[in-house]
Design a protein around this ligand. Structure first.
Ligand SMILES: Cc1ncc(COP(=O)(O)O)c(C=O)c1O
Length: 371
C-alpha cells in the first residue's frame, strides 16, 4: 500500500485521475472500466519495470502478432473489499500459474511472479476505495499479455505488452440459464489451446453462441473435440452436475480450462461431506440421468458469475429437459465460497491474500501450486 501511495504521489496525473473518479450509480458486471491500469513491456529479452498509467486505448500496430495471429493470453480474477476497506485477492497464485501456461503455449514470455504481484497490488490498492463492498461485488481484474511486433510471416513477436485493466463490478446474478448441447462446433481442438486462456478459444465460440440464442437457449454446452460425446464446459464457466446426491464434473481433458472456481468448489464440497467425482461425462448418459431422476441439479461456475444455476438443458432440435432442482447445492456452495472471498467466514485453506502487502503477495504467488 505504502509503495502504491508513494507511486500515486509521485505521479500527479494518476493521483488527479483517481481524485476525480466517481463510480457510476449502476455497475453491471464487467462494463465500467477503472480510470487507471498497469502496464509493463517486454523488450530486448527482458521485462521492463511497469507502473500505473491512465486507462485508455493502447497503440497496436495493425500488423502485430496479437491482431494477426492471436498471440495473446489473459486472466480473469477479482479483488474483494474485506474488513476495513482492505482489498484482498482470491488464490492469485493459480491465475498466475495459468497465465504462465497460456503465455508459454503461445510462445510468449511468462510474466514473473513479482511483476504480476506488482500489477495486482498497484491496481487493487489504488482503486481500493472504488471496490464496491456489497454481497458478491468486486473489482474484476483482467491481466492481458500480447505480442507487439508487426510482420506477416507466421512467427511470434520479440516484444510484448502486459496490461492489467480493472472493472468495479456488481454481483453477477444470473437467472437460471438454458444450455444447448453443441453437437457440431467445438470451441477447442484436440491438441489445441482449450486448456489455456487465450483469445482464439473465445473467438471460436462466438458464432455457435449466437446460434444457440437463436434456438432459444443462453449458452452452448461444449463437447470434447475428439469424440463429441463427452461434456467439457461452457464458454466461460466449468460444468457441474448433482447425480445421486454427489457432485460430478468433467475431468480435465486437456481441452477444457482448469477453473479456479471449479477447484475451489470441489474442495468446499468435500469439506461439506459431499462426494465429488471428476470423470469423463458422456452427454447422452447425463440426459438419461436427468430423465430417470438420478441427476437433480446442474450448474456452471467461474470467477465472473461464481455459480450460475442451469434450469434447462436441450438440443438444437428443440428437445428440452427442465431440472427438478435449481439452486440447491449450487447456492450452498456459492455462499460458502463468497463468505471466504469476502471475509465473512474463516479461510481454512489460506485462499485469501492482502493485495496491499506487495512482498507478502509476491511470496504467496511464488509459492505457486502449494496452496
Ligand atoms: C472457458 C472457461 N472455462 C472455465 C472458466 C472458469 O474459470 P475460473 O473459475 O478460473 O474463472 C472460465 C473463466 O475464466 C473460462 O473462460
Amino acid at each position: 500500500m505504502e509503495q502504491v501511495l508513494k507511486q500515486q504521489k509521485s505521479d500527479p496525473a494518476i493521483a488527479e485521475i483517481l481524485a476525480g473518479y466517481r463510480l457510476p450509480p449502476s455497475i453491471p458486471f464487467g462494463t465500467e472500466l477503472a480510470p487507471v491500469m498497469f502496464r509493463a513491456d517486454y523488450r530486448g529479452g527482458r521485462w521492463q519495470a511497469g507502473g500505473l498509467v491512465p486507462f485508455g486505448p493502447v497503440a497496436v500496430n495493425p500488423a502485430s502478432t496479437a491482431l494477426q495471429f492471436a498471440q495473446q493470453a489473459f486472466e480473469g480474477m477479482k479483488a474483494y473489499r474485506a474488513g476495513g476497506g482492505r482489498p484482498v485477492l482470491f488464490r492469485p497464485n493459480l491465475n498466475w500459474r495459468r497465465f504462465a501456461r497460456s503465455a508459454q503455449r503461445l510462445r510468449m514470455p511468462a510474466v514473473p511472479a513479482a511483476l504480476f504481484a506488482d500489477a495486482l497490488s498497484s491496481v487493487a490498492s489504488s482503486l481500493a476505495r472504488f471496490i464496491p463492498a456489497g454481497r458478491g461485488q468486486s473489482l474484476y481484474l483482467r491481466p492481458t499479455l500480447f505480442g507487439l511486433d508487426a510482420h506477416f510471416a507466421v512467427k511470434g513477436s520479440d516484444n510484448f505488452a502486459f496490461v492489467l485493466i480493472a472493472s468495479p463490478s456488481d454481483a453477477y446474478y444470473s437467472k437460471p440459464i438454458r444450455v444447448m448441447v453443441e453437437r457440431i462446433n467445438c470451441r477447442a481442438a484436440a491438441g489445441g489451446t482449450g486448456a489455456e486462456k487465450v483469445g482464439g478459444n473465445y473467438g471460436a465460440s462466438l458464432l455457435a453462441s449466437e446460434n444457440c440464442v437463436a434456438h432459444g437457449f443462453d449458452q452452448p454446452l461444449w463437447l470434447d473435440p475428439a469424440s463429441r460425446k463427452n461434456i467439457e464446459e461452457l464458454s466461460a464457466m466449468n460444468f457441474m452436475a448433482v447425480i445421486d446426491g454427489g457432485l460430478h464434473t468433467p475431468a480435465l481433458s486437456g481441452s477444457l480450462l482448469e477453473g479456479v472456481t471449479r477447484s475451489s468448489l470441489i474442495t468446499l464440497a468435500q469439506r461439506q461431506g459431499i462426494e465429488t467425482t471428476e470423470r469423463v461425462m458422456p452427454v447422452d448418459e447425463l440426459l438419461r440421468d436427468i430423465k430417470t431422476g438420478r441427476c437433480t441439479e446442474l450448474f456452471a461456475c467461474g470467477t465472473g458469475a461464481i455459480v450460475a444455476p442451469i434450469g434447462t438443458i436441450g438440443e438444437a432440435d428443440g428437445t428440452k429437459f427442465e431440472l427438478p432442482q435449481v439452486n440447491r447445492m449450487s447456492s450452498q456452495l456459492r455462499d460458502a465460497l463468497l463468505d471466504i472471498q469476502q471475509g465473512k467466514a474463516e479461510d481454512p485453506f489460506g485462499w485469501v491474500v492482502d493485495a496491499t502487502d506487495l512482498n507478502g503477495l509476491t511470496r504467496y504467488i511464488e509459492a505457486g501450486v502449494s496452496r
